[in-house]
Design a protein around this ligand. Structure first.
Ligand code: HEC
Ligand code: HEC
Length: 372
């Protein structure tokens, strides 16, 4: 009898101990995580471009607008499709007149959190990015802003919307205001995820695998580069710290990264550390979309950035952690809006069938990669 009671007590004590140990471990991982990451803000505000409902509503329409592009077919949403978590799933997107972009489309979700826009950081912020896309040869393809604005003004329904979003301006339809309206919309695109709930103290938010992956992610040193609210997006780093990246990714072209922007030799193969928010939803991976799956991307990162070979279990755990960064899409994000009516004001250049393709990617002038 006594032995049975004792055994029972030991069993209960044992269970309690195990449960307590699990909670204690949770807390140390969480404390460490709270020091390295931050929950997402509710909106990504900017003093230069305050978010107003009028700008956001207009920006959301403009995001889907194809008629400002040189051939009337390209909108932001073509390469940042809401149904694909604001990417296009292609290694490299296809812009105006079928020109291939030199780099992969990142998502616009949470993008305004980052220090800059684009893989090489060659756009200051989301507003600058949206404005310059108008004349990017491989995006909207307009020869200059005047052509883009003429196309926009040819759609009468936008006149009152710009007037409301930019009150008191005599001629509010400008490239700058196009950037501000779209930028204000983008600044609302925040996707809180299970990981945010975990950081705020919700014990049930992460699966055991995800929590094990978080621990790995911190222990391996991924957090030296991927940290903060974006789990990345805060600094520039060399891709290929211990080994040339293209040997691991199989990249056919070697992109020199920020060197081509700054001409500083120290910036060779340096890229912006991307935010890993929603990364499970945005294949393919890396600046050139050279890697199709997240597990492969994780293995490559450990190998070329940290000189470590991961085992299958480590990869499974880290991928489970990265899954916990998949957030809830903003309300209505995937609903396509009805745009103001008007026919496209330009004349798309059409190749004659069988006559070769004057718009083929090779027809793009040298150096076109610099323009988007
Ligand atoms: C033809 C495809 C295409 C179109 C059209 C396009 N983008 Fe992009 N977008 C890209 C690519 C590719 C990049 C990365 C370019 C680079 O790094 O060189 C990018 C980068 C961005 C980024 C930076 C994301 C980051 O993590 O750095 C934002 C924000 C963005 N685009 C928003 C927009 C908006 C807004 C529009 C419409 C005004 C637009 N894009 C039109 C393909 C496109
Ligand atoms: C020394 C800095 C550094 C470290 C350490 C690092 N990364 Fe990265 N990570 C980067 C950079 C820079 C890129 C962008 C590479 C490129 O140009 O495509 C990147 C890209 C990624 C991507 C692809 C994102 C996308 O949208 O295509 C994933 C996934 C990733 N890292 C995960 C990890 C994991 C997991 C670890 C730890 C095993 C890690 N990283 C360690 C700097 C780092």
């Amino acid at each position: 009898m006594l032995t049975r009671v004792l055994a029972g007590t030991l069993l209960i004590a044992g269970t309690l101990y195990v449960a307590f140990a699990a909670v204690a471990a949770d807390q140390s991982v969480r404390t460490q995580a709270q020091a390295l990451f931050k929950p997402l803000p509710t909106a990504m505000t900017s003093d230069d471009n305050p978010i107003t409902p009028e700008k956001v509503a207009l920006g959301r329409l403009l995001f889907f607008e194809t008629r400002v592009s040189i051939d009337g077919t390209v909108s932001c949403s073509r390469c940042h499709e809401p149904s694909l978590y604001a990417t296009d799933a292609l290694p490299k997107p296809i812009g105006a007149e079928h020109r291939v972009n030199p780099r992969n489309s990142p998502t616009v979700l949470n993008a305004a959190l980052q220090i800059s826009a684009h893989w090489r950081g060659d756009r200051k912020n989301v507003e600058d990015q949206a404005t310059k896309a108008l004349t990017g040869l491989v995006s909207f393809g307009n020869p200059n802003f005047a052509v883009a604005m003429a196309r926009l003004k040819a759609i009468p329904g936008y006149v009152p919307l710009f007037a409301k979003a930019f009150p008191g301006q005599a001629d509010p339809i400008t490239p700058d205001n196009w950037g501000k309206a779209i930028g204000a919309y983008e600044r609302t695109l925040v996707t809180p995820a299970p990981f945010d709930a975990y950081l705020k103290g919700d014990d049930g938010a992460l699966s055991q695998d995800a929590e094990a992956g978080l621990r790995e992610f911190m222990q391996l040193g991924c957090t030296a580069c991927h940290n903060g609210a974006g789990v990345g997006g805060g600094m520039y780093q060399k891709f290929g710290v211990v080994e040339q990246y293209w040997k691991a990714t199989g990249s056919k072209e070697i992109d020199k990264g920020r060197f081509d922007v700054t001409k500083n030799p120290a910036d060779t193969y340096v890229f912006k550390v991307p935010s890993l928010r929603n990364v499970a939803m945005t294949p393919p991976y890396f600046h050139d979309g050279s890697v199709a799956t997240l597990s492969e991307a994780v293995r490559i990162m450990a190998r070329v950035q940290l000189g470590k070979t991961l085992n299958d279990e480590q990869v499974t755990h880290i991928v489970a952690f990265l899954d916990s960064l998949t957030g809830k899409l903003p309300d209505g994000f995937v609903d396509v809006p009805v745009l103001p009516t008007a026919a496209f004001a330009g004349t798309p250049r059409q190749p004659a069938i069988g006559a070769g393709a004057p718009q083929s990617p090779t027809a793009a002038p040298p150096g076109s990669g610099q323009r988007k």
